[in-house]
Ligand binder design. Structure first.
Ligand code: UN1
Length: 509
């Protein structure tokens, strides 16, 4: 694994922040070992940033902004194209590093890097399509239109579960829009983040551009708080827990700054009596156990029509028995470890609490022991039969725990689905068009993502990604999410010889 770090020039003992052309600077007293959840080996040691390092980073970003924003957007797009090309070349190494540092299966590591490549392609095209509307003015010889300008510094706070892709969704769009970025990755997965910075840094250098266009700062929540309160950060895009999002939003709100929040999910799949179970079962299993249940889109609740309830439950238990849990870098394994022992404790506590509240454990509830599992982070995916008045089902636990509910009418199923504080992703499995359209109607799913006959996780980058209620309301990635990274300006030009006031107001002097 040391070779992987070398592949990204990450081979000296301490890392902290990357600034300008000066490379890594560290100065806080907090030094942490980054241990792989795969085998508990120390990947490297990180010196966390403090206030001073933060200020240095922001000053580098500030210096770079005028240079970057003055480049035409399609030229900025070309820099992002080069980044996408470099990611294609580095795909294998980066996927392995992500898998080793975060614990997701290598297949999913490749998927995550592919998601980065896809968003680069999307951003390149978009760099020629930052369209503003033109409106007809009510006044003669006047032209009215809107245009979009960059914001300045975009702060990106990302989580451990997608240590590189979520940053790329934000950074690539922010860049083509003319912004510079300051990225605070999760301090649980800093090496994957720094590898990305190294890749992009080389491209900036090759193009004689300042590294301050992309900055990285490895710190704990204190750095997140500095970013949120900093008037120099025009937009904060934060991905993580609802608790973190509320704190960021309140701090940013105090200064009337802008934020994009992508917070917790509590995603459900409804399986109706007219579902094709052959396509439902793999989607449910991948949604619930993929990334060891640590996606914000992971399937946490399954709402099944009573007529097929037992049949589906039996099929799921059968499928769960086939799952291979183990080293995620071994492509034969389906499920890797949780991120750390704290996450394992949350898993155990949640299962215990669910049982106390009347849940019926039908599969799982086990931490695997032995040489192959020596990090103590490998858990068995778990299935619990639940009912709606269990309060625990309203909480997001980042672990492979699936609650299963039985329902009678579709209205009841939709009610159960929506009756949680979060609103990210949702799915229905059915071949019945009325059921599909009811689920998609304004009386149906209240989530930002509503799928039919596919699971809750694994969204493509082309759509806007995000959700409602405590998920935070932000939208990232595709569609017109780019607009959040720019400021809109409405312009009206009088090219005539007379002064006209709007609304026909007469003001004769
Ligand atoms: C996340 O878990 O924060 O839709 C992002 C998905 C992925 C992204 C998840 N494309 O599951």
């Amino acid at each position: 694994m040391k070779d992987l770090l070398k592949a990204f020039d990450l081979s000296t003992p301490y890392y902290n922040i990357s600034t300008g052309q000066e490379n890594w600077v560290g100065n806080s007293k907090k030094i942490i070992d980054i241990k792989s959840p795969v085998n508990n080996d120390c990947i490297g040691t990180i010196q966390l940033a403090d206030n001073h390092s933060y200020k240095v980073v922001v000053s580098k970003a500030k210096e770079a902004f005028p240079i970057w924003k003055s480049m035409p957007a399609p030229q900025r797009g070309d820099i992002v194209r080069q980044f996408g090309d470099a990611l294609r070349k580095e795909k294998e190494n980066l996927a392995k590093l992500v898998s080793y540092e975060m614990g997701k299966s290598l297949q999913e590591g490749y998927g995550e890097v592919q998601e980065m490549i896809d968003i680069c392609d999307f951003a390149v095209g978009l760099s020629r399509q930052l369209y503003g509307l033109q409106m007809h003015s009510e006044r003669p010889n006047h032209r009215m239109f809107e245009q979009w300008h960059p914001l300045g510094i975009v702060g990106i706070i990302s989580a451990f579960n997608f240590p590189v892709a979520v940053w790329a969704w934000n950074a690539t769009l922010a860049w083509i829009c003319g912004n510079v970025c300051v990225w605070k990755p999760s301090e649980k997965t800093p090496f994957s983040a720094m590898a990305c910075q190294e890749i992009f840094k080389k491209i900036l250098k090759q193009n004689a551009l300042p590294e301050g266009i992309s900055n990285i700062i490895i710190g704990d929540s204190d750095i997140g708080k500095l970013m949120a309160s900093d008037y120099d950060i025009a937009l904060i895009s934060a991905t993580g827990s609802t608790k973190m999002g509320k704190s960021v939003s309140q701090t940013v709100g105090k200064r009337l700054g802008k934020s994009i929040l992508e917070l917790g999910g509590n995603n459900a799949i409804i399986v109706t009596q007219e579902a094709d179970l052959d396509i439902a079962v793999p989607a449910i299993v991948f949604g619930a156990v993929g990334t060891a249940g640590q996606r914000c889109t992971s399937t946490r609740r399954l709402i099944v029509h009573k007529s097929c309830y037992q049949n589906l439950l039996d099929k799921l238990i059968h499928a769960y028995k086939q799952l291979r849990i183990g080293n995620p870098l071994n492509e034969k394994n389906h499920v890797g470890p949780l991120i750390d022992v704290d996450a394992v404790n949350d898993y155990l506590k949640t299962i215990e609490e669910a049982q106390k509240q009347g849940g019926n454990l039908v599969y799982g509830n086990n931490v695997l022991k032995g040489e192959a599992f020596k990090s103590n982070c490998y858990v068995m995916p778990t299935i619990i039969e639940a009912h709606s008045n269990m309060s625990i089902v309203r909480h997001e636990t980042f672990a492979p725990i699936l609650y299963v509910f039985s329902y009678d009418t579709l209205d009841e199923a939709i009610f159960i689905q929506n009756n949680v504080p979060q609103g990210l992703s949702s799915s229905i499995f059915t071949q019945n068009m009325q059921q599909v359209e009811t689920f998609l109607s304004n009386s149906g799913s209240d989530c930002g993502i509503a799928n039919v006959n596919i699971g809750t996780s694994g969204a493509e980058i082309g759509g806007a990604f995000g959700g409602e209620k405590e998920t935070g309301g932000g939208r990232e990635s595709g569609s017109d999410s780019w607009k959040a990274y720019m400021r809109r300006q409405t312009c009206t030009v009088n090219y005539g010889k007379n002064a006209h006031l709007a609304q026909g107001i007469v003001f004769n002097l």
